[in-house]
Design a protein around this ligand. Structure first.
Ligand code: ADP
Ligand code: LRH
Length: 482
C-alpha cells in the first residue's frame, strides 16, 4: 500500500505540482504541472503575481486529481514574503517581492532602535535586507491589515479557509523567537506590528483542514482531501530530503535561485561568533536547526540568461567548462547582484572596481559566476564548521543546481570534500515525506525519511580535484585576508 500525495512547490524561478507515491519501499515523484515564476514590476514596485500562482496551483491540483484520488496535499515556497488580509479575510494588494527596493536602508534604521545583538539573541537570523521584519517597517498597508500570511500559508488559506503560520517559514521573518519557538511579542511591539496580525503557529505535519467545496469543484479533488502543513519554507522541505545516512558528518547546499549553504544542528547557535559571521538559525522539521547562510546562487546566472535572451543553459555550461580556471572572480554576495537587472554589466563593473579585466565572452562570464559561487561555498562552509564546532566529510548538493556538473565539480574542488549531487526535486520530496508521516506512514524520524530517499534515488559523486592552494589564492584575491 502506498499513499498518493500532491506537493505544490513554488520556487522563485518556477513553480511545480508533483504527485508523490510514498510507501514502505517507495518514493516516486511525477511532475504534473510546471510554470514560470518571477518578479513583476508595476510602476516601480516588484510584485509576485500571486493570483496566477494560485491559479497554476489549482490547475496542477486538477491535473493531479485527474490521474487518481489524492490522500493529501502540501505547499512549500520561498520564504519571508507575505500577503496582508483585512478583517473580512480579503487580500490587501499583491504581495511585494523580496527583491523590491522598498527595504533599501530600512535595516540600518531598525538597527538604530534595536541593537543587532538583541535581534540575534532572540531570532538567530542572518541579517538580510529583505527579512520580513524590514519589509513590515516599509509596508504601507499595515494599518488596514488584520492578518499576515506568509506565501504558503496564504495559498493554504485560500484552499481551506483556515489561517495559520507554519513554524519553519515563520522562523525566517525575524519576528520569531527561536529559543521558545513562538512569535516575539517584544520585537513585534518594538517595530509597531500588532501581535494579533501574526496568526497561530502550526508545526509541519499538522492537518490544516479539508479543501473548500469551491476548490473541490474546480479541481475535481475529493472534498475530504486534507491540506497538510509541511516544512512550508522550501529550504526546510529540501533539507528533509538530504540523502545522508544516520551519523554522517554532512553539509548541504540547497541549490536553486539561492544557494543555501550550511549544516543541520540539534540546537540554534546564538554565539557572538555566529552573529559576527552572519549565519542564520532557521527552524527545521522535527525541531532541527538549519544553520546556514544565503549565498546569492544561480540567480546571477538566471539573470544573465534573461539579459542574453537565451534559455540554452546546457550550451553555455559546455562553453564555460572550456574556459581556463581562476580567471575573473567576483563576490557573488555583493549587494549589487541582489536586484533584477543587467548582471553581465554588473559583473563587468565589479571587475573594473576590483582591478580585473572585465570578461568579454558569455563563456567567461558563466565560468566566473560558477567559480565565484564555489569560492563562496568554500568560505561559508569553513566558517560554518568553525562557528558550530563540527567537521564535515561530505557536501550534499540538492535542488535544480545539482544538475550543474561543472558547478558540482568546482564545489568539490573548492571545499576539498566529495560532493554528492541529488535529488533535484528535494523540496517536493521533503514535502510529500512529511505529509506521508502525518497520514500514518511509518517514517518515525528524519533518518528514516532520508534512508528512503537514498534507497530510491541515484546520486552522483564528485571527488575533489586540483590544488587547494589555488583556491586559497583565489580567496585572498576576492576577499583579501578577511
Ligand atoms: P528554485 O526552486 O529557486 O526556483 P530550482 O531548484 O528549480 O530553483 O533550480 C533552478 C536552477 O537549476 C536554474 O537556475 C538552473 O541554474 C539549474 N538547472 C535547471 N536545469 C538544469 C540543467 N539541466 N543543468 C544544469 N542546471 C540546471
Ligand atoms: C529559497 C528561499 C531561501 C530564502 C529566500 C527568500 O527559495 O526560500 O531559503 O532565504 O528564498
Amino acid at each position: 500500500m502506498s499513499l498518493r500525495l500532491a506537493a505544490v512547490d513554488l520556487g522563485a524561478s518556477s513553480g511545480r505540482v508533483m504527485v508523490g507515491r510514498v510507501g514502505p519501499d517507495t518514493l516516486e515523484l511525477s511532475e504534473v504541472h510546471r510554470f514560470s515564476n518571477g518578479p513583476v514590476r508595476v510602476q516601480g514596485t516588484l510584485h509576485w503575481d500571486i493570483l496566477r500562482l494560485y491559479q497554476e496551483t489549482l490547475a496542477g491540483l486538477g491535473e493531479a486529481a485527474r490521474t487518481g484520488p489524492l490522500d493529501g496535499l502540501g505547499i512549500d515556497s520561498w520564504a519571508v514574503d507575505y500577503g496582508l488580509l483585512d478583517a473580512e479575510g480579503r487580500l490587501l494588494g499583491n504581495p511585494v517581492h523580496y527583491r523590491d527596493s522598498r527595504t533599501d536602508g530600512v535595516m540600518d534604521g531598525v538597527l538604530r532602535k534595536i541593537p543587532a545583538e538583541d535581534l540575534y539573541a532572540v531570532t538567530g537570523l542572518q541579517q538580510l535586507p529583505f527579512n520580513t521584519i524590514y519589509q513590515l517597517v516599509a509596508e504601507r498597508a499595515l494599518d488596514r491589515a488584520t492578518s499576515l500570511l506568509l506565501i504558503p500559508d496564504l495559498l493554504s488559506y485560500w484552499l481551506t479557509g483556515v489561517a495559520g503560520a507554519e513554524a519553519t517559514n515563520a522562523s525566517t521573518t525575524q519576528l520569531y523567537d527561536v529559543r521558545f519557538r513562538t512569535w516575539s511579542a517584544d520585537l513585534a511591539g518594538r517595530i509597531g506590528v500588532p501581535l494579533e496580525l501574526l496568526p497561530p503557529l502550526r508545526e509541519p505535519g499538522q492537518v490544516i483542514g479539508p479543501v473548500l467545496p469551491e476548490v473541490a469543484e474546480e479541481t475535481g479533488l475529493d472534498a475530504t482531501t486534507p491540506v497538510i502543513a509541511v516544512g512550508s519554507h522550501d529550504t526546510a522541505s529540501s533539507v528533509v530530503a538530504v540523502p545522508a545516512a544516520a551519523g554522517d558528518r554532512f553539509a548541504y547546499i540547497s541549490s536553486g535561485t539561492w544557494s543555501l549553504v550550511g549544516l543541520e544542528l540539534p540546537e540554534p547557535v546564538l554565539t557572538p561568533a555566529a552573529q559576527e559571521a552572519n549565519f542564520t538559525n532557521e527552524g527545521g522539521v522535527d525541531g532541527r536547526t538549519r544553520f546556514l547562510k544565503n549565498v546569492m546562487g544561480l540567480w546571477i546566472l538566471q539573470e544573465c540568461l534573461r539579459v542574453w535572451g537565451t534559455d540554452d543553459l546546457v550550451q553555455l555550461l559546455k562553453g564555460a567548462a572550456d574556459v581556463p580556471a581562476f580567471g575573473v572572480l567576483v563576490d557573488p554576495d555583493h549587494p549589487s547582484f541582489l536586484a533584477p537587472g543587467n548582471m553581465p554589466a554588473r559583473i563587468a563593473e565589479f571587475c573594473a572596481q576590483s582591478g580585473q579585466e572585465p570578461p568579454t565572452s558569455r563563456a567567461v562570464i558563466v565560468r566566473c559566476v560558477l567559480e565565484s559561487l564555489a569560492l563562496a561555498y568554500r568560505r561559508t562552509l569553513r566558517r560554518a564548521q568553525q562557528v558550530a564546532g563540527r567537521e564535515v566529510d561530505v557536501v550534499h548538493v540538492i535542488g535544480g543546481g545539482s544538475q550543474n556538473e561543472l558547478l558540482c565539480q568546482l564545489t568539490a574542488d573548492a571545499c576539498g570534500v566529495p560532493v554528492l549531487a541529488g535529488p533535484v526535486e528535494a523540496s517536493a520530496l521533503g514535502n510529500v515525506l512529511v505529509q506521508a508521516r502525518a497520514l500514518g506512514e511509518p517514517l518515525p524520524d528524519l533518518d528514516a525519511m532520508r534512508a528512503l530517499v537514498r534507497a530510491t534515488h541515484r546520486l552522483r559523486r564528485y571527488e575533489p580535484q586540483g590544488r587547494p592552494a589555488d583556491w586559497d589564492a583565489a580567496e585572498s584575491r576576492v576577499f583579501g585576508t578577511r
